[in-house]
Design a protein around this ligand. Structure first.
Ligand SMILES: C[S@@+](CC[C@H](N)C(=O)[O-])C[C@H]1O[C@@H](n2cnc3c(N)ncnc32)[C@H](O)[C@@H]1O
Length: 261
């Protein structure tokens, strides 16, 4: 049975299967252990940002991290504390399994290996995993709230990452713009915002459940970032997808780095 969902009716609490999501979008061929081209694009972008030396500090917050840890594989070298946050408790529990070294946890080894390789082995896979385990705290979030971390709060962060979340959480362009303002309120002046998301996508599947997406274009993204007191420093796009259209009708994925005034 197909369930068509938006985050408005709390679809992510009801229908999102964290483990199925990981297996579908981040599982690798057991023989080759190769990660997909889109993840390669994103991890190289993040490696370049964090090895540049100008995006670092005390704390980094990832908003809407889902059940995944791969967006902080390079960032873990540059921050003392990292907060991985998501709307759905089940996603945080999935990350917790990995942090605790649970045998049932998703295996991020191919991603750790790849990032160590592109970073010229400045840390070993084990050292990187240990850094993440010692620095990460988990927290609930909701990008529709003026303080997305409510009822919690944190000192202003040096950097916030949000990837593949806003087109799931927002129904209209106006919601998208408001959500970006909410997220930017977590960043200190001069701190950085990293966004990665999809353009022109309208749905994706996790098992039998179908999730609606907000179809964005580049202009809306640029406008929303400009209206949130941030200036875009880098904007890059990837189009060579291998994901079947019946699973995810994505057209382009972008990554951007912006600095808060
Ligand atoms: C497609 S998943 C992306 C997860 C992860 N960032 C990744 O790239 O694999 C979308 C995520 O958005 C989260 N989400 C949905 N509505 C949200 C909201 N209002 N606030 C914060 N996160 C939300 C979901 O719980 C889910 O983890």
């Amino acid at each position: 049975m197909e369930v068509l969902s938006t985050s408005e009716d709390h679809a992510y609490d009801k229908d999102f299967d964290s483990r199925k999501y990981l297996d579908m979008f981040y599982g690798v061929d057991p023989q080759t252990q190769e990660i997909d081209k889109e993840s390669v694009f994103l991890l190289k972008f993040l490696k370049n940002v964090f090895s540049s030396g100008h995006v670092q500090g005390d704390s980094l917050v990832e908003i809407g991290a889902g059940p995944s840890i791969h967006h902080i594989l390079s960032a873990c070298e540059n921050f003392k504390k990292i907060y991985l946050t998501d709307y759905f408790e089940g996603n945080l529990q999935e990350i917790e399994k990995w942090l605790k070294g649970d045998r049932e946890a998703f295996d991020w080894t191919p991603y750790l290996k790849f990032v160590c390789y592109i970073e010229n082995h400045r840390s070993s896979e084990e050292e990187k995993a240990e850094k993440i385990r010692s620095k990460v705290s988990l927290m609930k979030c909701d990008v529709t709230k003026a303080n997305p971390l409510q009822p919690n709060s944190l000192p202003h962060a040096d950097c916030v990452i949000i990837a593949g979340c806003l087109i799931c959480a927002c129904k209209k362009t106006e919601d998208f713009k408001t959500a970006i303002k909410n997220i930017v309120s977590l960043i200190r002046p001069g701190g950085h915002l990293i966004i990665s998301d999809y353009l022109g996508a309208t749905y994706y599947m996790v098992g039998e459940a179908k999730f609606q997406l907000l179809s964005l274009d580049e202009n809306i993204v640029r406008e929303a970032v400009a209206e949130s007191e941030c200036e875009i420093e880098e904007f890059t796009m990837f189009t060579d997808f291998t994901i079947p259209e019946k699973v995810f009708d994505c057209k382009n994925v972008f990554c951007l780095l912006a600095r808060k005034h």
